[in-house]
Design a protein around this ligand. Structure first.
Ligand code: NOJ
Ligand code: CA
Length: 683
């Protein structure tokens, strides 16, 4: 920043000099320009240009409240500051080790011309691959509590195009198949939502650092004008805050290609740095579990003759894990409370008491001897009040037993989370119901992360609130579900279609890791229903879908039937120093390369929709002058992910010598894929 700009910024921020002209901020490469101003009626707004073209036209900023006048019009600009950053920081674990944070910042303060002179500040950061902005409220002595009825932040798109989205605010949370529609046909959708404008620009709308605020769904008000529709709350006001506060960052990724979206780190950059300190106790790992047999209806979560979580079954899983190098064994249905209707209820769940046929101490002792760790499971049935009352005791118990990760679950209709109060800080006032993406849920997930961290426990939340990059601040938030995962291949109607994973890569997975639970090598769901996939595609998922907790989801009996394929799952890392999109088209195919965090090996995964194809990708990322051995697991002759069991299981496993600059064009069958391990050759 120049001295002159510094002085101007200083004067503007402290003296609130009236700024007559529109303020703007440009991305470091000069391509993205965000302009902020008020219009003739004093309505605060911003615009976004990319490469000299409008992306977002005049888009309003403002708020409605439940107990005070709206903040919509009558504002003037009273302050303007600028800043910039060009740094990098290291992730303790992740899809890439180093993250560059290079942005320019502008903060514009608006003041309303009424008697109260209410103010808010828009702070916007322009990166080369998009923007993030948040709205900041100062504390008010005369009115400490702010009750937001609606946030009026708009995104007014300059042109139509194609969108990939799931519905926002419907009962099944984020577990929907993505629709590909015109942007102008959207109604209310969850974020991230990804779009391709008619001119070829790619956009993805989401938010970063969703802390003590309600998550937003993107609502098309009319034409191409969208607004942040906040998830409702039992209190009426969608957000209630005391003192100074700010909204989460509203993010728009802007890129010329799908690769630009895939490689963006804007949301991580907009989160606060690690608040947990030393997190060497967070262990990225692969795991198996007492799980798929329940989804197939062979075993039950509840007690009875087919109870899955028995001491005996668990020891068998521990033996298998020890033999094949899995660090974790997930055990679902271990605890009291599964008998009766637990969905959207959860009142009976105990998070410390095991069923009598599951000897918690015996299995954890046995696991310890074998170098294996039990992964706990705390399904709440959406009853966050019941879980909050017990979680401290439960995580303390986990630590004593050597349980280093817990899968939580919030199975309830969206809008059906049971909370005993309307704010985590209030005393319990009896049961109320809240949304999975509302403020209360946002509070809950951070409270869980903090309490689990006290006992060095990591969290993998299913039916969670959406991922907004909080793993940077709380690195024990290792994974989450938050989309249709492999469970739908057990019992979903329909099962996940071949386009699902090639869509997730450019939508849900832009927001962070997903516990998809891949590795169903048997390729059949409940009642032997066929899963649309080849066996090679199941291996591809370990590279294509990033998660630091990665499951081999099939039963141990089934995994044992496919030793050559299991060998890839045993070998593939879960922690990476680099991640690259080599090629891809949203919803059609994706080829991803990742470099192992602990060696010089690279791994590639490719998936396609129902169209067979062999995209040519360059190995230009390998070290020059080095020879590598590439072991390839690919769809074999006659393979067909939509065909017979035999056709789905056809695989070719081959080895080639490769070097920097070589091209790979590996054929993928319909609903197929491939996995490659590229290891430096021994000298
Ligand atoms: C839904 C989760 O996604 C799944 O993995 C789990 O097994 C069930 N809930 C039961 O908690
Ligand atoms: Ca689920």
């Amino acid at each position: 920043m120049t001295i002159a700009r510094l002085i101007a910024a200083f004067l503007a921020s402290f003296l609130f000099v009236s700024v007559a002209h529109a303020a703007s901020v440009t991305s470091p490469d000069g391509k993205i320009v965000v302009t902020v101003d008020v219009d003739g009626e004093g309505v605060p707004y911003y615009t976004v240009d990319h490469d000299g073209k409008h992306v977002l036209l005049k888009s309003q900023l403002g708020f409605d409240f439940t107990d005070e006048n709206p903040m919509r019009r009558g504002f003037k600009v009273v302050g303007e500051t600028t800043d910039s950053a060009d740094t990098r920081w290291e992730q303790p674990w992740g899809e890439r080790q180093w993250i560059a944070d290079n942005h320019n910042e502008l903060a514009v303060t608006f003041e309303q011309g009424d008697a109260d002179h209410r103010r808010f500040t828009m702070r916007v950061r322009a990166f080369d691959d998009g923007i993030g902005f948040r709205l900041e409220f100062p504390g008010r002595a005369n009115k400490p509590v702010t009750r937001i009825a609606q946030e009026l932040t708009e995104f007014n798109l300059a042109e139509d195009g194609t969108a990939w989205s799931i519905p926002g605010g419907d009962w099944n949370r984020y577990e929907y198949i993505y629709s590909k529609t015109p942007i102008s046909a959207l109604s209310q959708v969850h974020t991230p939502v990804t779009m391709k404008l008619a001119d070829g620009t790619y956009l993805s709308f989401h938010e970063a650092a969703l802390v003590d605020y309600s998550g937003y769904r993107l609502w098309r008000v009319d034409g191409l004008r969208f607004r942040t529709e906040l998830a409702p709350s039992s209190r009426g006001a969608k957000v209630v805050r005391t003192g100074a506060f700010h909204t989460p960052w509203r993010t728009v990724l802007i890129a010329d290609s799908p690769r630009g979206l895939f490689e963006s780190n804007i949301e991580l950059n907009l989160n606060e740095p690690n608040k947990l300190g030393d997190v060497s106790w967070v262990h990225p790992q692969k795991f198996i579990g007492i799980w798929w047999d329940m989804h197939l209806n062979h075993w039950t979560w509840n007690s009875g003759p087919n109870h899955g979580a028995t001491t005996e079954h668990t020891k068998e899983y521990i033996d298998f894990a020890a033999k094949h190098g899995f660090r974790g064994v997930l055990v679902e249905g271990w605890n009291k409370g599964w008998d009766g209707v637990w969905f959207g209820n959860g009142r009976e769940f105990s998070f410390t008491e095991a069923y009598p046929d599951y000897d918690l101490k015996a299995v954890t002792d046995y696991a310890r001897k074998k170098g294996v760790h039990i992964i706990g499971h705390d399904e709440t049935g959406g009853n966050i009040a019941n879980f909050e009352a017990q979680m401290d005791a439960s995580f303390a118990m986990d630590q004593k037993l050597g349980i280093e990760a817990v899968k939580t679950g919030y199975v309830a209709d969206a809008g059906g989370l049971i909370s005993c109060n309307a704010d985590i800080h209030d005393p319990c006032k009896g049961e109320v119901f809240e949304w999975h993406d509302g403020q209360r849920s946002a509070q809950h997930h951070i409270a869980v992360a903090l309490d689990a961290a006290k006992y060095h426990v990591s969290i993998d939340a299913h039916e969670p609130i959406k991922d907004t990059g909080l793993r940077r601040t709380y690195p024990n938030l290792v994974a989450r579900e938050g989309a249709r995962g492999a469970e739908y291949d057990a019992w979903g109607v329909p099962k996940n279609p071949p386009s699902h994973v090639p869509t997730l890569v450019f939508t849900r997975l832009l927001s962070g890791p997903m516990d998809y639970t891949p590795g169903v090598l048997s390729l059949v769901g409940r009642d032997n229903t066929p899963i649309p996939s080849t066996i090679a595609r199941q291996l591809a998922y370990y590279v294509v879908i990033y998660s630091p907790l990665q499951m081999a989801a099939d039963t141990i009996e089934n995994l044992a039937k496919y030793p050559k394929e299991l060998a890839f799952i045993e070998q593939v890392p879960v922690d990476w120093s680099q991640s690259l999109l080599l090629d891809g088209k949203i919803g059609e195919y994706a080829v991803i390369a990742r470099k192992d965090r602990n060696s010089d090996a690279w791994y590639i995964g490719g998936v396609t929709d129902s169209t067979p194809r062999a995209p040519a990708v360059s190995l230009d990322f390998l070290d020059p002058g080095r020879t590598y051995t590439a072991k390839i697991w690919r769809d074999g002759d006659g393979a067909d992910g939509l065909g017979s069991q035999d056709a789905k299981h056809r695989i070719a496993i081959e080895t080639r010598t490769v070097k920097e600059g070589d091209t790979l064009a590996i054929p993928m069958a319909a609903a197929g894929g491939y996995a490659v391990a590229i290891v430096p050759a021994k000298k």
